[in-house]
Design a protein. Structure first.
Length: 127
């Protein structure tokens, strides 16, 4: 996609995601480097990451990239499930033997499945 200066930038979402990231990383760094004197540098690095994250998010938004939210991903997944269940119920022939994998053909045997010409020979049992 090309750059479009009229595309909106989701500033609230970008700032919220960055604040969550900084909070989680601050706790992790504090727990891991509690005895170090370098905590000031680590937290300064976390604060510098904010403008960088917002800048990259701004550029990606202007190019048209929009990541889906968890709510959108969940609704897409539910829509796919509903379409699968409706298509499987409409293709049911009434025999009651409809299952999720019945519509796919069985794959041919391979060397690894020992279902074909490469079956190991059984050894004779000693008596």
């Amino acid at each position: 996609m090309a750059w479009d200066s009229s595309r909106p930038v989701p500033w609230q979402r970008l700032v919220r995601e960055w604040l969550i990231y900084v909070g989680i990383m601050a706790v992790i760094f504090f727990l891991l480097f509690r005895d170090d004197d370098g905590l000031v540098g680590i937290f300064a690095g976390l604060l510098v990451s904010g403008p960088l994250y917002l800048g990259v998010g701004f550029v990606l938004a202007k190019f048209g990239y929009q990541r889906k939210s968890f709510r959108e991903l969940r609704s897409d997944r539910e829509a796919i499930r509903a379409s699968r269940s409706s298509s499987s119920s409409s293709s049911d022939d009434g025999s009651g033997s409809s299952s999720g994998g019945a519509s796919r053909p069985k794959p041919p045997p391979t060397k690894r499945t020992s279902g074909g010409y490469n079956r190991p020979t059984s050894k004779q049992k000693r008596r």
